[in-house]
Design a binder for this molecule. Structure first.
Ligand code: XCC
Ligand code: SF4
Length: 645
């Protein structure tokens, strides 16, 4: 492994960690080398106790597990179990939001309906009568309706009806319309247990069904209901990177995924009594900053700064300036437990689903949310009094950004305040000022130089007049190097994209939220198709998706719901499928004939960009659109390199 990161603040903190003999994820990852080849290729099976079994990828004698399962079956089973894990994570998050909406309807926990307009829009979509009903009544009805999508047994989950007619027909023909969210995840686990489904295509078909239940079910519910509860994001300025931590204030890091608690922490951090308590300890204030997708959630709605992305969670603690880290679910490294022990940092777990041995657990019950949030903030104030100034090292690195874009807000931006429309966006694609749009999403992984692939791919696509939408840790990576500032249009965008950004006043990279908000990318695609002029299905559009530095099972679930929705989806490192040439061939080629989407595995971001651009151009040609209006000017990028980070 050559360089660990392209982010200066990260490299600086890695030096600090080294000087203190602190191990990080990179060190532990190094110790794991070489990693197990059978696992990497997906040909290790341990789903029954006759195993573990493995297949010789080089065609030796080991062609079948003890039961007779071959590489195709084993690889497909392992892959769909990853989809199930990812879909379960997003969907269980969605379920908790439904629960919170119920509480808001009952006036409990300090929650309220902050976006009654969206509540009414959703209620109407669900066929709930809205006239004369109070927000509380509607919240109850909407929560009931959304909640039943999880346990639904037959038919189609309701959000499927949002998809274009042609897409729905195709899904029906393929037999992959989700019947109920939980049901599809359970069926993946059933079909992939010992001695059930041995037809890799049939296994993957169910995988797609579970992935669609995530994108068009659990994740979409999470996004929509969070908007209702916590209000729909609007473009908002904020700052990013470890430099947002403050020497003079109580620093609380919120880490994980669910905004249900962090929203209340934001409220508690502004509580007069707690601020006074912080003042008595000599602190100038209470500073909340986020890591991972909790960060994205409260950034989008409150402009709360982001301390970093996935691979920076340990380094935040190493600054010695984090007084308390509060975690809920997903992407929280177990290492933060022992690590916080080396500093004054107080670690608090909050979800009954995610505890750590020896760590204080504040059982977060939504019904008493504000009380719990205040308790956590006072623990942070108390920890601040134990902070050792000689151990504090906060890097300077921080960048400004604009976040908070949604399907609806882009709509308003483009069409003007009173008549929102996607017409200008579609027209820009049709006349070739925009070549197309690409969603760059997903994680960090020590197997890729931290942030490097996100940034390189984004810059290269911008140069070719491709509008970028981004979520998750990819968004944080791009934000750190200034790509989420409107000025980035001058520094990196091609002439056509720059024109649009100038006119509309937006950055060339639009931050649309957390990982569950990849559902916003689906709803944006719906708007583009229904606006007209670019074909009647997602698969016709000059668009693509990418997860250049993925690590989580959730990324696999997201990838599959995009591919099943007809979108070319790039992953930097391949899924663990190379042990089955058949599965690899199927998901990277053959599947396109069925869903219109396919996977592209390419580690080099420049090569990936070239293939994505070729794909966008092909889609343009298929639609009989003129070629992109401008050719990228190489010298502009060289010029910009002196400006950009
Ligand atoms: Fe980041 Fe969402 Fe990936 Fe986790 S999974 S590392 S994008 S925080 Ni969503
Ligand atoms: Fe081995 Fe088959 Fe059991 Fe898997 S299911 S562990 S391949 S015997």
């Amino acid at each position: 492994m050559n360089q660990k990161s392209v982010d200066g603040a990260t490299l600086e903190m890695l030096q600090v960690a080294k000087s203190q003999n602190i191990e990080t994820v990179w060190d532990r990852w190094d110790k794991q080398q070489p990693q197990c080849g059978f696992g990497q290729l997906g040909v290790c099976c341990k789903i029954c106790n006759m195993g573990p079994c493995r297949i010789d990828p080089f065609g030796g004698d080991l062609r079948q597990g003890a039961c007779g399962a071959d590489a195709d079956t084993i690889v497909a089973r392992n892959l769909v179990r990853m989809i199930a894990g990812g879909s379960a994570a997003h969907s269980d998050h969605g379920r908790d939001v439904v629960h919170t909406l119920h509480l808001a309807a009952e006036g409990q926990g300090g929650y309220a309906i902050k976006d009654p307009f969206k509540l009414r829009t959703l209620a109407a979509e669900f066929g709930i009568k809205t006239d004369g009903k109070s927000d509380a009544d509607l919240a109850r009805a909407v929560a009931d309706f959304a909640g039943q999508m999880f346990g639904q047994q037959e038919g189609e989950i309701p959000f499927i009806s949002r998809a274009p007619a042609r897409r729905r027909e195709l899904w029906r023909k393929l037999g992959i319309v989700p019947r109920g969210i939980d049901r599809e995840i359970v069926e993946v686990m059933h079909r992939s247990t010992m001695g059930v489904d041995n037809d890799y295509k049939n296994i993957l078909k169910q995988g797609m069904r579970a992935a669609l239940a995530d994108g068009w079910g659990g994740s979409m519910i999470a996004t929509e209901l969070q908007d209702v509860l916590f209000q729909s994001p609007k473009p908002i300025r904020s700052a990013v990177n470890l430099g947002v931590l403050r020497k003079d204030a109580v620093n609380i890091i919120v880490h994980g995924h669910e905004p249900v608690l962090s929203e209340m922490l934001v409220v508690a951090s502004r509580d007069a009594e707690l601020l006074a308590a912080a003042g008595r300890q000599g602190a100038a204030g209470i500073n909340i900053a986020g890591i991972c997708c909790t960060a994205n959630e409260i950034l989008m709605r409150h402009g709360i700064p982001v301390a970093g992305n996935f691979l920076q969670q340990e380094l935040a603690v190493v600054t010695g300036a984090v007084d308390l880290m509060v975690v809920d679910v997903q992407c929280v490294m177990p290492s933060v437990n022992s690590l916080t022990g080396c500093y004054h940092t107080k670690l608090v777990t909050t979800s009954p689903k995610a505890k750590m041995p020896g760590v204080q657990h504040v059982a977060f019950e939504e019904a008493r949310a504000l009380d719990h949030a205040k308790e956590i903030v006072s623990l942070a104030v108390e920890a601040y009094s134990r902070r050792d100034p000689s151990k504090v090292h906060i890097p300077d690195g921080r960048s400004d950004m604009v976040a908070g874009f949604t399907t609806e807000s882009v709509f308003q931006f483009l069409g003007g305040r009173f008549r929102g429309t996607y017409r200008p966006l579609n027209d820009a694609i049709i006349d070739g000022r925009l070549r197309g749009a690409v969603g760059i999403v997903g994680c960090n992984n020590p197997n890729v130089t931290h942030d490097s692939a996100h940034i390189a791919l984004t810059r290269e696509l911008l140069k070719h007049d491709v509008l970028i939408v981004t979520t998750g840790c990819a968004a944080i990576a791009d934000a750190k190097c200034g790509l989420l500032r409107p000025e980035a249009a001058y520094e990196w965008a091609g002439a056509g994209l720059r024109e649009i950004c100038e006119t509309v006043g937006i950055p060339p990279v639009l931050h649309v939220g957390a990982c569950v908000d990849n559902s916003r990318i689906l709803t944006t695609l719906i708007e583009i198709v229904s606006e007209g002029g670019l074909g009647d299905d997602f698969s016709k559009l000059p668009v693509a998706g990418s997860a250049p530095e993925w690590m989580s099972e959730k990324a696999i679930a997201i990838g599959f719901y995009f591919v099943a929705s007809g979108v070319l989806t790039h992953f930097g490192t391949p899924h663990p499928v190379l042990g089955s040439p058949a599965v690899h061939e199927y998901i990277t080629k053959e599947i396109e004939g069925q869903t219109g989407g396919r996977f592209l595995f390419e580690a080099d971001p420049m090569k990936a960009a070239a293939q994505i651009i070729a794909h966008l151009d092909q889609k343009r040609a298929d639609l009989k659109l003129a070629p992109a209006m401008y050719t990228p000017v190489e010298s502009r990028q060289a010029q910009a390199a002196t400006v950009g980070a």
